[in-house]
Design a protein around this ligand. Structure first.
Ligand SMILES: Cc1cc2nc3c(=O)[nH]c(=O)nc-3n(C[C@H](O)[C@H](O)[C@H](O)COP(=O)(O)OP(=O)(O)OC[C@H]3O[C@@H](n4cnc5c(N)ncnc54)[C@H](O)[C@@H]3O)c2cc1C
Length: 479
């Protein structure tokens, strides 16, 4: 058969450009039926308003791309374990293509589909796309997975230097004209529309105007262009830690949903470093590469240690006597602790679905080490609210902040006042997210000693950092 039918299953790769499985599918046939499934058994997405918004906008754009190519994106809802084989048979697919995933649930789901279709005449072809390097292909000298970022990064960089990223540059998303006629008229398309309309009806995210992440492939390309063509990427190393500055790429949502390829970002950094002669600028681009490598590292860890999803990497943390004070936790969640940098950060998260990385580290340390709440509670809250909420990066970030993960540093405690002094010295970020504090003197905000509290309707601090860190250290000594 000249053009065997292919079912192309979109998951976290919602784009047509530089998509490894899609490139291979096109090389085999022009009869491609793309599908996206609202996976009702996936444990993390359904209560997230920000991610539902990002997903819906990205799917709309993806569908438009496929319509231009003479087809359309099928949408289904339910369990992929049943739906993928069912649809593949219904459209007489000879092949199913997808890009590999790394989360424990996703791996088990995909293996089940593979085993169910083993004796059928449908072949599954799965490729690596979500990461720069397949986590199974990067290991220490003694062939074990990496557990420490530093040596991981050196090996990762070494392996990447050997890859020729130019080889897939010729791919063009092509017209599928006429090959898809039957499908367009079919009941599957009508059903897709009903499912998607229903999904759209339930989108209820009010932060779309202020969320800095942009959905869709076009949105991602614009973010990359904005970040890399101005001096942002070349001043990243100095501005990335200041939450009031517009100093980072905001590409985390795009990477989470795969609306941009990680290879295209890496290629961009290589190209920019090639044309840059200023060592400071080169260093800045390398700092950004190191952040992309953190993403890769946390995925590598989750792939090799799936138990990270369930609890601490270091067992002793299972015996820690958490306080888990519900009232404190609620105040933290709502940005009402009376500690300005914590409240500004949590309000940014609640309102925009995104939070600056420095602030993520500060609020995580505060929840765990000042409020003595189990980090799993914070991890869950972040997963609910973050537009880029991603199991590997979020779990990695929380375990790093809680000191329960792989990071060799035994106990890192952030002082929220010192952090404010260093990273928001003019209190611009704080005053933007907490307008009640706009008339307050910066030094009062930094020291956490605000005199006119009753007048400005802002709470007094729920805890004292100095007291709480002493309690925390005593509890820590017990484990
Ligand atoms: C407690 C905690 C929870 C986090 N949860 C998530 C999450 O759910 N999803 C998520 O994508 N990131 C998470 N991060 C990492 C980081 O905060 C965000 O990736 C970053 O703030 C996104 O902004 P940006 O796209 O402008 O990043 P940039 O600074 O422009 O960095 C570029 C990309 O590199 C990756 N990256 C950067 N820093 C990190 C990091 N420390 N760890 C892993 N990847 C990184 C992201 O994909 C990011 O988009 C978390 C960090 C902490 C401390």
């Amino acid at each position: 058969m000249e053009h065997p039918r292919i079912l192309f299953w979109y998951r976290k790769d919602l784009r047509v450009n530089d998509n490894q499985a899609l490139i291979s599918a096109f090389a085999l046939s022009k009869a491609i039926t793309p599908i996206y499934i609202f996976d009702e058994t996936y444990p993390y997405d359904f209560n997230s308003k920000s991610r539902s918004w990002f997903l819906s906008e990205s799917l709309k754009e993806l569908n438009e791309q496929w319509e231009k190519a003479g087809s359309r994106l099928l949408i289904e809802k339910g369990s992929p374990i049943h739906l993928i084989p069912f649809i593949a048979k219904k459209i007489n697919a000879r092949y199913i293509f997808w890009n590999k995933a790394i989360e424990p649930y996703e791996i088990q789901r995909d293996e089940k589909i593979q085993s169910d279709l083993k004796n059928s005449n449908i072949e599954i072809i799965d490729l690596w796309d979500h990461l720069l390097i397949n986590p199974a292909e990067i290991s220490t000298g003694s062939k074990t997975p990496y557990t420490v970022y530093g040596p991981f990064f050196r090996k990762f960089k070494d392996q990447l230097d050997k890859i020729n990223f130019e080889k897939d540059k010729d791919f063009r998303f092509e017209k599928l004209k006429d090959l898809d006629d039957e499908l367009i008229k079919s009941e599957l398309v009508t059903k897709s529309k009903t499912i998607f309309d229903e999904f759209l009806k339930n989108i209820n995210f009010s932060g779309m105007g202020i969320c800095p992440c942009r959905p869709g492939e076009i949105g991602a390309e614009k973010l990359l262009e904005r970040f890399s063509s101005s001096n942002k990427i070349t001043s990243y190393h100095t501005s990335r830690d200041f939450p009031s500055e517009d100093g980072t790429s905001y590409l985390s949502g795009s990477l989470r949903f795969g609306t941009i390829s990680i290879r295209s970002l890496w290629k961009k950094t290589l190209l920019l470093n090639l044309i840059n002669e200023d060592t400071k600028k080169i260093q800045s681009i390398e700092t950004w590469q190191k952040e992309l490598a953190w993403r890769e590292f946390y995925h590598h860890c989750l792939f090799h240690y799936p138990e990270l999803e369930k609890g601490p990497y270091r067992d002793k943390w299972n015996n820690f006597a958490w306080n888990d004070n519900q009232e404190w936790y609620n105040r933290w969640s709502e940005g009402q602790t009376g500690i300005p940098i914590i409240d500004a950060s949590m309000r940014q998260l609640n309102q925009s679905g995104w939070m600056h990385n420095r602030c993520r580290m500060i609020v995580a340390s505060f929840l765990v080490k000042d409020l003595i709440c189990n980090w799993k509670l914070g991890e869950k809250k972040f997963m609910e609210l973050l537009v880029d909420g991603d199991l590997a990066a979020n779990n990695g970030g929380w375990q790093w902040s809680a000191s329960s993960g792989m990071d060799p540093k035994p106990l890192r405690i952030f002082n929220p006042h010192t952090q404010t002094k260093k990273f928001d010295p003019l209190c611009k970020y704080i005053k933007f997210w907490i307008p009640e504090l706009s008339g307050i003197n910066n030094s009062e905000i930094i020291n956490g000693d605000i005199s006119k509290l009753e007048k400005i309707n802002y709470p007094s601090p729920i805890v004292s950092h100095n007291v709480q860190q002493r309690i925390f250290k005593t509890l820590y000594a017990n484990i």
